[in-house]
Design a protein around this ligand. Structure first.
Ligand SMILES: Cc1cc2nc3c(=O)[nH]c(=O)nc-3n(C[C@H](O)[C@H](O)[C@H](O)COP(=O)(O)OP(=O)(O)OC[C@H]3O[C@@H](n4cnc5c(N)ncnc54)[C@H](O)[C@@H]3O)c2cc1C
Ligand SMILES: *[C@@H]1O[C@H](CO)[C@@H](O)[C@H](O)[C@H]1NC(C)=O
Ligand SMILES: *[C@@H]1O[C@H](CO)[C@@H](O)[C@H](O)[C@H]1NC(C)=O
Ligand SMILES: *[C@@H]1O[C@H](CO)[C@@H](O)[C@H](O)[C@H]1NC(C)=O
Ligand SMILES: *[C@@H]1O[C@H](CO)[C@@H](O)[C@H](O)[C@H]1NC(C)=O
Length: 511
């Protein structure tokens, strides 16, 4: 059986994951139970939702459910929210739109914090600014401001467009990516910034699949731990780094490696569902069950595979030279053991077995991975065309296309012969990869931090993984020697267990 495009993986997913219902279902007003695009928040989740959002901006609508004007405003607000929020958003990840019902007692303090004086009232600002934030009408310097003229959907969208210099419209097409989008490089780079959502999604889903299918065996625990250790140090999403660290610390308890008597194993091990609940490895909002950058125009295209590629590329530009061979092996082992797309596995294995010398720079690894991915693209280009199984809106391309990185192409290489071989400028390609997968990918997190209170550590989403001194290399060198599988995990566990659980995340910073 041919397994094109990881569809096997996806169908497994569809079969096995319990899809939670739409998050914000409201029954008020319109009498329907349609799910809303704007999220209903209350004081119990307001701060956490805004804090976790990688969106660059947020709009908060303060309303009261008894207010007739608010009812009439709702469709307008929803129309704009549908552009930016939720599974069907046309421009996901840019503006988070939420609402708070000030007529609910639980929200009284929250509404007071923002000096809500009329309904509906709209505030605009970076999401992080709302967290534990305040606003009063007279604050000139505040990064939160009120939207005075957003009374209709059109007016509100105009206001947003003016504010961020965009030209969004209600007619915009749902599927755009860096290849199909305008030939404007800066717009394209905006796209990859949103892929951080998908890297989180792919990480969480891959983990879900591993757990649900009980894929962790004594024989593959060691490679998995190594991969997780690299992720703790270099995953582009801080949320995932935290969650994975948490899992790793408890790994030996969850999957005792020694031969245990069956009865005691059964009694002590958490069930799959419980593991997933107790260790949401990229935060409890993830998986969200939809894709943003990696969204296909058909149900079963793109998604997980796309997110995993981006994860691998982003890791390759993040590791230090000394870790490049480790990462190479960790990725190969991960694909081999846990990527349940058989064809992918086999092809990837073929490509990686052609490597004879160990990688000694992260540059070499990044370039190899880029080439490998292009080889896959080229093969699939043909295959998908023949079989018609590709995503019509996202055909495979040799990447990066010229409009994304003109300097990656050696100019003047237009030979009129049928020779379609591209003359790459590898230095430029590498520079591009570093910028694309290194900085731009995490730039939405960065924005949030730059404009937030730098003294407050808990909002620090930037900490470049390169600057976190994680002696992964050193730890891995002895990883197999002690504590069954991971010395680092062992060390963490010992350390964490002697501390209060709450301080764990802080202490991880210093490791
Ligand atoms: C390790 C691995 C092996 C796979 N092997 C197979 C296989 O053998 N057969 C099969 O049918 N499917 C395979 N897949 C799936 C396939 O490669 C695609 O991931 C899938 O078809 C979805 O395609 P996509 O359009 O989302 O783009 P993807 O190929 O998933 O790419 C995702 C994004 O990465 C960027 N990108 C594209 N090319 C490159 C590059 N060369 N370097 C850096 N970035 C790039 C682009 O922004 C693109 O949108 C594999 C996936 C993985 C992770
Ligand atoms: C607040 O929102 C959360 C999450 O949606 C919900 O579980 C909770 O019931 C809400 N609280 C009230 C008082 O409505
Ligand atoms: C690309 O977009 C930026 C910002 O939106 C703009 O300043 C620039 O002029 C655009 N370039 C082209 C070629 O359209
Ligand atoms: C795609 O998903 C939607 C919603 O989940 C469903 O209604 C539709 O039938 C699916 N289409 C295909 C081709 O599976
Ligand atoms: C890296 O390995 C290559 C051989 O693969 C070798 O020629 C080169 O000197 C090595 N570079 C460093 C910095 O060790």
């Amino acid at each position: 059986m041919r397994l094109v495009d990881g569809t096997f993986l996806l169908s497994l997913l569809l079969l096995t994951l319990r899809l939670p219902g739409p998050e914000a279902v409201r029954s008020f007003g319109d009498g329907t139970h349609q799910s809303d695009a704007a999220m209903d928040l209350n004081s119990s989740n307001f701060d956490s939702v805004l804090k976790e959002s990688p969106a660059n901006f947020a709009i908060v609508e303060f309303f009261a459910h008894w207010c007739p004007a608010c009812r009439n405003y709702k469709p307008h607000y929803e129309k704009v929210a549908r552009l930016f929020n939720g599974p069907d958003a046309v421009h996901p990840g840019i503006v988070l739109m939420v609402r708070v019902d000030c007529a609910m007692k639980i929200n009284m303090k929250l509404c007071n914090r923002f000096s809500v004086g009329y309904y509906p009232m709209l505030l605009w600002g970076p999401p992080i600014k709302f967290v534990a934030g305040k606003w009063t009408p007279k604050q000139d310097k505040s990064e939160i401001q009120s939207i005075e003229n957003g009374r209709t959907a059109d007016l509100l969208l105009d206001w947003i467009n003016k504010k961020i210099g965009s030209s969004f419209s209600f007619d915009d097409e749902k599927y755009e990516n860096e290849n199909s989008l305008s030939k404007n490089a800066s717009d394209s780079e905006q796209q990859i910034a949103r892929a951080i959502y998908d890297v989180e999604e792919a990480t969480a889903l891959a983990f879900d699949i591993i757990i649900q299918h009980k894929m962790i065996k004594p024989s593959n625990q060691a490679p998995l731990i190594k991969f997780l250790q690299l992720l703790v140090a270099h995953h582009p999403s801080k949320r995932c780094r935290r969650g994975i660290a948490d899992l790793l610390v408890n790994f030996d308890d969850l999957w005792p490696s020694g031969p245990l008597p069956v009865s005691s194993a059964e009694s002590s091990i958490l069930q799959e569902e419980e593991i997933l609940k107790s260790y949401p490895i990229c935060g409890k909002d993830v998986p969200r069950h939809y894709w943003i950058f990696c969204r296909g125009s058909k149900n079963d295209t793109r998604g997980v595979s796309c997110g995993l590629w981006i994860l691998f590329h982003s890791l390759s530009v993040r590791v230090r030279d000394g870790e490049s061979q480790l990462l190479f092996m960790a990725i190969c082992d991960f694909v081999q053991n846990f990527f349940v797309c058989d064809d992918c596995r086999r092809h990837f294995y073929e490509m990686s077995s052609r490597i004879s010398l160990p990688f000694n720079t992260s540059r070499d690894l990044s370039i190899w991975l880029w080439r490998a991915h292009n080889q896959v693209n080229e093969r699939l280009m043909k295959e998908e065309k023949d079989l018609g199984t590709g995503d019509p809106i996202f055909p495979k391309v040799t990447w990066p296309p010229k409009q994304l990185c003109p300097s990656c192409y050696v100019s003047s290489s237009r030979k009129s012969s049928g020779n379609k071989q591209i003359d790459w400028n590898q230095d430029e390609v590498y520079k591009f990869l570093i910028r694309y997968y290194g900085t731009t990918l995490v730039s939405s997190y960065k924005d949030a931090t730059l404009s937030s209170n730098r003294n407050d550590e808990s909002y620090d989403m930037t900490s470049s993984t390169n600057s976190v001194a994680v002696p992964v290399g050193a730890a891995l060198a002895i990883a197999l020697a002690s504590c069954t599988f991971g010395a680092l995990a062992c060390f963490w566990r010992a350390q964490q267990k002697s501390r209060k659980y709450l301080h764990q995340l802080h202490s991880l910073k210093d490791i």
